[in-house]
Write a protein that binds this ligand. Structure first.
Ligand code: ADP
Length: 263
């Protein structure tokens, strides 16, 4: 590995130049290391499903495996998951390069949450999870509506996905100290305390088997974290295993309430 650093003597202008050169070299090395790690992670993620697909296709063409509708449905689901992983990676790569192009405007978090909950009613009903929303008064934040909807969608999908039948998911929106606060609380499987520091890591999941079965990409929370921090906000998680999980998103309030002019 190339080491571009220069040895620094003294404290003059040249030495300062040397110091800033060294920190630039370190940054380049770090971003190269991050890229290498990303490629390794992606290769690792895609290898197993691709070799599964290959195995089935070879079995089918050799006549060792009987074609069935069920098999084709599962192969189709597998390829859909791969497409979703690539879509998510693209969003993440754009965000990391600062190219996601946020269009910010005042957004009513309460309305956004209600809409998102409505959009997830069918999935929740199918999972036999009770989904409720507590967002009556408008809460205005400065945000890119579509991206925040994506964050909420990821949190809601997870809450439903990791909650067993007869469980509950509650979405709440409130204003608090110059911030719009959104919580997604579930009575699901929870996350072990030792796992909590990893939930926002790329491709991390507590239980890869369950995650695979439910069609997740392992990137949803990484993307949510990225979008929220790009907005100058925060996303936090609290959880107890077998009790439930609460994700809290805090976004900066918009200075003006666009509805105020009409009051
Ligand atoms: P995915 O859900 O696609 O696996 P995410 O990045 O959205 O990927 O979540 C990463 C992991 O965090 C999940 O695999 C799961 O183990 C855990 N997790 C996320 N949300 C919840 C939740 N509401 N309850 C329990 N575990 C969760």
């Amino acid at each position: 590995q190339l080491d571009a650093r220069v040895r620094i003597k003294g404290r003059g202008e040249l030495a300062r130049l040397g110091t800033s050169f060294n920190s630039m070299a370190a940054a380049v090395q770090q971003s190269e290391e991050q890229q290498r790690r990303l490629i390794a992670d992606v290769a690792h993620e895609m290898r197993t499903p691709l070799s599964n697909l290959r195995g089935y296709l070879e079995g089918l063409s050799d006549g060792v495996i009987e074609p069935s509708r069920e098999l084709f449905v599962s192969l189709h689901e597998e390829t859909m998951l791969q497409s979703r992983i690539l879509d998510d990676l693209q969003v993440l790569a754009l965000a990391e390069a600062g190219d996601l192009g946020y269009t910010k405007a005042p957004v009513d978090l309460a309305e956004l949450a209600s809409g998102s909950v409505t959009a997830h009613r069918a999935v929740a009903a199918e999972a036999q999870v009770a989904l409720t929303v507590d967002a009556s008064a408008p809460v205005w934040v400065e945000a890119d509506q579509d991206r925040i909807r994506q964050v909420l969608g990821n949190l809601l999908t997870n809450a439903i996905r990791y909650t067993d039948k007869q469980g509950q998911v509650l979405v709440r929106v409130r204003a608090e100290g110059g911030e719009g606060v959104l919580t997604v609380q579930d009575t699901g499987v929870g996350i072990a305390a030792s796992d909590l520091p990893h939930v926002f890591d790329r491709f991390w999941r507590a239980d890869p088997a369950r995650q695979r079965a439910t069609g997740g990409t392992g990137l949803g929370l990484t993307i949510a974290h990225r979008i929220v921090t790009d907005h100058g906000g925060r996303i936090e998680v609290e959880s107890r295993q077998h009790v439930g999980t609460t994700f809290t998103v805090r976004l900066i309030s918009s200075r003006e309430d666009p509805g105020a002019a009409f009051d």
